[in-house]
Design a protein around this ligand. Structure first.
Ligand code: SF4
Ligand code: SF4
Length: 285
């Protein structure tokens, strides 16, 4: 993942995934605290610009994260990401950080945020981040926001809470990529999966299931807004309340899913100029 900057390189630069290689540790688990966002990025891979306003229920979060940690315990997951939408919009984020840390005592936990709301966060939030070793990872966007505020927060939290910028977004203008869907479902699912940067790398926890990518986890948002019916079935995810071994879960999450037939991976473009979403279907098709 570090070798190739996927904001800038075309899909052909990806070394195709070897489906026969045994995976013992997955890169990350992601969970949305909110579907919507205070930014509006064209082609957002969580469909936040077109999502209805929604916040995760804290008890659902607790139940699903605890169960996930039984299936994929510490050591099987490199990182646990709390994101959205914009996760800082959730008023009870501090409680969920504690829950996440109790479930994953050793796995690094990150909040993935655009950082705009950090200046409004209360002492409880900062104390929890400090006490429970939560890292805040900020993606810097080319928008009209005074990033000197973030610098000040970083200085204030120095030695207490680790706050970092995501990848090279601190220095380089954030780019966008376009990951178009193909409503006909006529794509080659094995080709798509093995050439997809999300496949198996962005495991999403949603609806009591684990999914190999955010498209499978969030497709309901696209379908609802555009009145489409791109199918996400039981075969596209792992029901975390079924009786699976860790090995079975990892294997299922690192193999092509039926939804891959709806991803036009060869048509993907990377390194595009960052723009606001106009909520037009062409941003995702
Ligand atoms: S900041 Fe992230 S979640 Fe929000 S719209 Fe942009 S890409 Fe989507
Ligand atoms: S459905 Fe398949 S090809 Fe599309 S984003 Fe998910 S893993 Fe990648």
């Amino acid at each position: 993942m570090n070798i190739i900057n996927y904001f800038q390189k075309p899909y052909k630069s990806w070394i195709p995934r070897n489906l026969n290689k045994k995976v013992v540790q997955i890169d990350s688990i992601e969970i949305d605290l909110a579907s919507h966002c205070n930014l509006n990025c064209k082609g957002c891979t969580h469909f936040s610009p077109i999502a209805e306003k929604w916040f995760i229920d804290v008890e659902d979060f607790r139940k699903d994260v605890q169960r996930t940690s039984e299936l994929l315990p510490d050591g099987c997951v490199k990182r646990f990401y709390i994101l959205g939408g914009e996760p800082l919009l959730h008023k009870r984020i501090s409680e969920m950080l504690v829950i996440a840390r109790e479930a994953y005592r050793k796995t690094p936990i990150y909040i993935i945020t655009n950082g705009f709301l950090l200046e409004q966060m209360d002492d409880k939030f900062w104390n929890v981040c400090n006490q429970y070793n939560i890292v805040i990872e900020i993606t810097k966007y080319p928008v009209n926001y005074d990033y000197a505020k973030i610098k000040k927060i970083m200085q204030d939290q120095k030695g207490k809470v680790k706050i970092i910028y995501k990848g090279r977004t601190k220095f380089l203008k954030k780019k966008q990529y376009k990951l178009p869907l193909d409503e006909t479902g006529n794509q080659d699912e094995v080709y798509g999966f093995t050439h997809c940067h999300m496949a198996g790398n962005c495991i999403n926890l949603a609806h009591g299931h684990l999914y190999t990518c955010s498209y499978a986890a969030c497709m309901d948002r696209f379908n609802k807004y555009f009145h489409k019916n791109i199918p996400v079935t039981e075969a596209d995810g792992v029901d975390i309340y079924q009786d699976y071994s860790t090995e079975e879960v990892i294997r299922k999450l690192t193999q092509p899913i039926p939804l891959c037939k709806y991803c036009a991976v060869k048509e993907r473009t990377y390194g595009n100029k960052w723009e606001n979403s106009k909520r037009d279907i062409s941003e995702w098709t």
